[in-house]
Design a protein around this ligand. Structure first.
Ligand code: NAD
Length: 348
């Protein structure tokens, strides 16, 4: 049988991975020739950002602890004013997807590079995808300028990520790999990364929820998150991401928890139509029923399993169905109105 044809367009990513790799930040900043970096974080992660700023010493022009979920345009305007005031020539994002998203928004506006130090498993640091929220509407787009030029993964920085956030953030990462395995623009490279990412995360998540200070499990989870994030950056996502985007955007639901609830349902719907993906997931999860294994994993790590747990009610579902039907997207199995209603009711 001939092998499937593919196009593989490698993204220019640089990854520095390892326990204690935060110490390599000065070198990474110097490699890019940056001299006046604006350090970004959430209000909750000021200590860590302060540690990063201290490490890079005079290369830090200032710190802004205002990153917020979904990158509101008001936050970006404040950050842009600060970046201009400080004459920043780059942005160091220390934190999860929200903080990295703020760095990307500044890169989109000014063209200066982002260096990322991810502390969750969301994977934004591996993608050229930016997002901006204005009047409760989230816009997203792709631009190579927002892809971080260097990413420092230090698993020790994830030791403080609470078990429940670790679990949902890890399932969010798994969803990138699951959808990359049946993406129209997949390739053998992406398939290998996705399979290994799922293997790493599925092994690590139960261990780190049982013991959040397990450094081995933390390192395996972050490595898996990197691989899954790279899959997200390189491929076109399908029904799962479309649904989560519609749910999150329409009902203002928490990002990672929404992914955690929806993933087993979409996997059960799509995998029968995606035999290659099903085979890869079966190998990675050591099972012959990967969608059941994903549901069992979500149970094991104590993730929310129903949309109703996130405050969604049956009356909300028609709006979600309409939002998903409004724009076409790629998916291995055709999705009609009745399919969506059934899937969402199951997830509720
Ligand atoms: P987050 O960045 O919003 O972080 C959640 C909370 O956890 C914050 O309060 C943060 O300060 C805290 N936190 C982060 N790391 C911590 C740590 N190690 N220890 C203790 N607390 C920690 O959450 P997220 O799930 O990483 O990111 C979600 C956002 O990222 C969403 O807006 C989503 O749309 C976006 N995202 C974008 C992409 C992309 O490619 N553009 C990919 C994935 C996610």
């Amino acid at each position: 049988m001939p092998l499937p044809a593919f196009v593989y367009d490698a993204l220019p990513m640089r990854v520095v991975f390892g326990n204690g790799s935060l110490d390599r930040l000065p070198e990474e900043i110097d490699r890019l020739g940056l001299r006046r970096v604006l350090v970004l974080c959430t209000p909750e992660q000021q200590n860590l950002a302060g540690q990063a700023a201290e490490l890079i010493g005079p290369r830090a022009a200032g710190t802004l602890a205002q990153a917020r979920m979904h990158v509101p345009v008001e936050t970006v305007a404040d950050a842009a004013a600060e970046a201009e005031r400080l004459d920043a020539d780059g942005y160091l994002a220390v934190g999860g997807g929200s903080t990295i998203g703020l760095g990307k928004a500044l890169a989109l506006k000014f063209g200066a590079p982002v260096v990322a130090v991810p502390t969750t498993y969301a994977g934004s640091e591996m993608t050229p995808i930016w997002g901006l929220t204005e009047n409760a509407q989230k816009r997203t787009g792709r631009d190579p300028a927002v892809l971080p030029r260097s990413v420092v993964y230090d698993p020790d920085l994830t030791l403080t990520l609470p078990p429940e956030v670790s679990a949902t953030s890890g399932l969010n990462a798994l969803a990138h790999a699951v959808e990359a395995l049946y993406a129209p623009d997949g390739s053998p490279v992406i398939a290998a990364m996705a399979e290994q990412g799922v293997r790493d995360l599925a092994a690590a998540l139960p261990a780190l929820v049982a013991d959040p200070r397990d450094r081995g499990a933390r390192a395996a989870a972050l490595q898996g998150a990197w691989l899954c994030g790279a899959c997200l950056g390189a491929t076109t996502m399908g029904l799962h991401h479309k649904l989560c985007h519609a749910l999150g955007g329409t009902l203002d639901l928490p990002h990672a928890q929404t992914h955690a609830v929806v993933l087993p349902h979409v996997a059960a719907f799509n995998l029968p139509a995606a035999p290659q993906a099903e085979a890869a997931l079966s190998r990675a999860l050591d099972t012959d029923d990967p969608s059941a294994a994903l549901a069992a994993l979500a149970d094991t790590v104590g993730a929310p399993r129903r949309l109703s747990q996130l405050g969604v009610s049956a009356a909300d579902l028609p709006r979600i169905v309409e939002a998903v039907l409004a724009n076409p997207y790629s998916n291995p199995r055709p999705v009609g109105r009745a399919d969506l209603e059934q899937l969402l009711t199951g997830a509720l």
